[in-house]
Ligand binder design. Structure first.
Ligand SMILES: Cc1cc2nc3c(=O)[nH]c(=O)nc-3n(C[C@H](O)[C@H](O)[C@H](O)COP(=O)(O)O)c2cc1C
Ligand code: SF4
Length: 521
C-alpha cells in the first residue's frame, strides 16, 4: 500500500542556506527515497529565527511541528524517530508546534505572516493565505479613498525617516502629470538589518501587491524596485515573482482584469550606502552617479525623470495590502502614540537569539534584547546598543527600558530607523565605535557638501588625536564643535546624523576616549 507523502517545509532563504538548508533538503529527499517513504518538500522563506536555522517543519494532524537547527547528518535519526508521524517529538531537535515557539508566540506578524509558511513563488498558496485581497479591495475604490485608508492607518515610512505614508501619497496624487512612478527602496544598507531581504525572499508577491496599490492610489503606471547588489538571491526570487505575476495577469496592461495598467522593473544598486537616500537613489535609477539632490522639490512632486514619484521602503509598501484588506482601523489598532501598526525589529550583533521580531510598537528594548534575544552571545553583560543603523545613537544598558516608539527614542536623541538593533558586550571599545561612525561617513559621503565630505575625514583625525592623548580636552571640544557643524550644515542625514553615534559615545562612555582606554577584564 502506498503511503500519502508527508509534507516538509524547509527555508530556501539565504541565511538558512548559508547554515546548511540545501544539504538538509538533499538528505531529506535521499532518506525518504531510501526508505520508500514519499515526501513533499516545500522550500519556504525564513521565519527569521536564525538561531534555529535550518528550521525544518513537518505537517502533522496536530499542526506543523518544528525541528531545529537541523543538519544533514541529523536526518536519518529524525526519520528513525518517526519524524512527522505524530512521533519524533522525543528527538533532541524537536521544538514542538511551530505556532507555540516562544519566539513566535510573542510576535504580531502582519507583514511577515507568510514568511516561512509558504513557497514564496507559489501563486496559489499566496491567494489561499489572503493574497490579493487588499488589491481587490483597492480596485473597487477611488484613489482618494485608498490614500485616506493609508493615512488613517497611521502607517509611517519604515525606511528610516518615519514620514507618514499617506501624506506622501496625497502629495503625489494631487500633483497632475502625464506620467508618475512608484519606487521601492530596497537598498537596505543599515548595519544589522535584513528585514527587506527576508520579505523579498519570503513573500515577494506582498511587495508587488503593495506597489500596485500605491500605483493605483497616486495614478502611477510604472514601478521600480531598487535592490542592493549584495542580495543576489532576493534578486533572483523577485525577478521570478515578477514573471509569475505577469503570467497571472496581475502585472501588465490590465491588473487582474481591471483595465488598469501597472508594471514593475527590477534594478540593482552598486553597493553604495548613500544610494539608499531617496534622491541619490533616483539619480542612480536615472543612470547617473548617486548624489543627493536639493529639496525642494520633493520627489512626490518632481522625482524620477522629473515626474511625481512615491518612494517608499519595502516594508512600508508590503504593509499596504494588509491595510486595504483588513481596514485602516485594524492596522492602527496595533502600536502606541503616533507609532501605529507593527515594526520589524532586527536583532543582531553580539546576541544569543538574533533574528526578526515583528511586534506592535510599544515593547521595551530590554524585553527584546534580554527576554527574546537572550542577552549577549558571549554571555558577558550588555554594554551598548545601537538602534537604527550606523547613524543611530548608542544607548547604555541602563537605558533599555525605552519603548520601541519613534517619539520615545527621538526624545533620547536616538532613533528607530529601519528597526536594526545591534548589541555589544562589555568588551566593546566605544572610542573605536565613534571613530568608525566618522570613517563610515567619510567612506560613504557623496561629496556634495563640505561639512560631510571634509568634516567626516577631520572627525577621524581628531578622534585619533584624542585617543593618542594629544591635548584631549582641546580635541574633545573640537570634536563636539565639528559634530555641531555637521549636524547643522549637512545637506542630508548621512552627514547630518553621523555625529549622533559619536556624541552618544562621548556622553555615555567618556572613559573610552582616554589614551589608555578602559578595557573589560
Ligand atoms: C544616508 C541614507 C541612507 C538611507 N538608506 C535607506 C535604505 O537603505 N532603505 C530605505 O528604505 N531608506 C533609506 N533611507 C531613507 C530614504 O531616504 C527615504 O526616507 C525612504 O526611502 C522613504 O521611504 P519610507 O517613507 O517608506 O521610509 C536612507 C536615508 C539616508 C539619509
Ligand atoms: S551630507 Fe554627505 S552624503 Fe549627504 S549630501 Fe552632503 S556630502 Fe552628500
Amino acid at each position: 500500500m502506498s503511503r500519502a507523502p508527508r509534507t516538509f517545509y524547509l527555508p530556501a532563504e539565504a541565511t538558512a542556506r548559508a547554515l546548511g538548508a540545501d544539504a538538509v533538503a538533499q538528505a531529506l529527499l535521499a532518506e525518504s527515497a531510501r526508505r520508500g517513504e514519499p515526501v513533499e518538500l516545500v522550500r519556504t522563506g525564513s521565519r527569521g529565527l536564525f538561531w534555529l536555522e535550518p528550521l525544518l517543519e513537518v505537517q502533522t494532524p496536530a499542526g506543523r511541528m518544528a525541528y531545529g537547527p537541523v543538519q544533514a547528518a541529523d536526518v536519518p535519526a529524525l526519520f528513525d524517530a518517526g519524524l512527522g508521524q505524530g512521533a519524533g517529538t522525543e528527538h533532541a531537535l524537536a521544538l514542538g508546534p511551530v505556532a507555540e515557539l516562544p519566539a513566535l508566540r510573542h510576535q504580531q506578524r502582519l507583514t511577515f505572516a507568510r514568511c516561512g509558511e509558504i513557497d514564496p513563488l507559489d501563486l496559489r498558496a499566496y491567494a489561499a493565505t489572503g493574497g490579493w485581497r487588499g488589491l481587490d479591495a483597492a480596485l473597487g475604490l477611488a484613489p482618494e479613498a485608498m490614500v485616506e485608508a493609508v493615512t488613517a492607518s497611521g502607517l509611517r515610512g519604515r525606511g528610516g525617516a518615519a514620514f507618514p505614508a499617506g501624506i506622501k501619497w496625497r502629495t503625489c496624487l494631487q500633483t497632475a502629470a502625464p506620467q508618475k512612478y512608484v519606487v521601492c527602496n530596497a537598498d537596505e544598507g543599515d548595519s544589522g538589518t535584513f528585514a527587506d531581504r527576508l520579505l523579498i525572499e519570503g513573500d515577494p508577491f506582498a511587495l508587488i501587491e503593495g506597489m500596485i496599490i500605491a500605483g493605483l492610489a497616486v495614478g502611477a503606471t510604472q514601478g521600480y524596485v531598487y535592490l542592493r547588489s549584495e542580495y543576489p538571491q532576493a534578486h533572483r526570487t523577485f525577478a521570478q515573482a515578477l514573471r509569475a505575476a505577469h503570467e497571472a495577469g496581475v502585472l501588465g496592461d490590465s491588473v487582474r482584469g481591471s483595465g488598469k495598467a501597472f508594471d514593475i522593473t527590477l534594478r540593482r544598486g552598486a553597493g553604495s550606502y548613500i544610494c539608499g537616500e531617496e534622491t541619490s537613489l533616483l539619480d542612480s535609477l536615472e543612470g547617473k552617479r548617486g548624489q543627493v539632490r536639493f529639496k525642494p522639490p520633493l520627489p512626490a512632486i518632481s522625482g524620477l525623470f522629473g515626474a511625481p514619484t512615491v518612494i517608499n521602503n519595502v516594508l512600508t509598501l508590503a504593509a499596504v495590502p494588509h491595510i486595504l484588506a483588513d481596514g485602516a482601523t485594524h492596522y492602527a489598532g496595533f502600536g502606541m502614540g503616533r507609532s501605529r501598526g507593527t515594526i520589524a525589529l532586527q536583532l543582531a550583533g553580539n546576541v544569543k537569539r538574533g533574528g526578526l521580531y515583528e511586534v506592535a510598537f510599544g515593547v521595551s528594548l530590554r524585553e527584546v534584547i534580554e527576554d527574546w534575544g537572550g542577552g549577549t552571545a558571549s554571555g558577558r553583560p550588555v554594554r551598548a546598543v545601537q538602534v537604527g543603523g550606523p547613524l543611530g545613537a548608542y544607548l547604555r544598558a541602563d537605558q533599555l527600558d525605552v519603548p520601541v516608539d519613534y517619539e520615545a527614542l527621538a526624545a533620547m536623541q536616538a532613533m528607530l530607523g529601519h528597526g536594526g538593533i545591534v548589541v555589544f558586550d562589555d568588551t566593546v571599545d566605544m572610542g573605536e565605535q565613534a571613530r568608525f561612525a566618522m570613517a563610515f561617513c567619510a567612506h560613504e559621503s557623496c561629496g556634495k557638501c563640505t561639512p560631510c565630505r571634509i568634516g567626516s575625514t577631520r572627525g577621524v583625525e581628531v578622534i585619533d588625536r584624542i585617543r593618542a592623548g594629544d591635548q584631549p580636552q582641546h580635541n574633545i571640544a573640537l570634536l563636539r564643535d565639528l559634530c555641531d557643524t555637521m549636524v547643522e550644515g549637512s545637506l542630508c542625514a548621512l552627514g547630518g546624523m553621523a555625529p549622533f553615534p559619536v556624541r552618544s559615545a562621548l556622553d555615555l562612555f567618556p572613559e573610552d576616549f582616554a589614551a589608555a582606554p578602559r578595557r573589560a577584564a
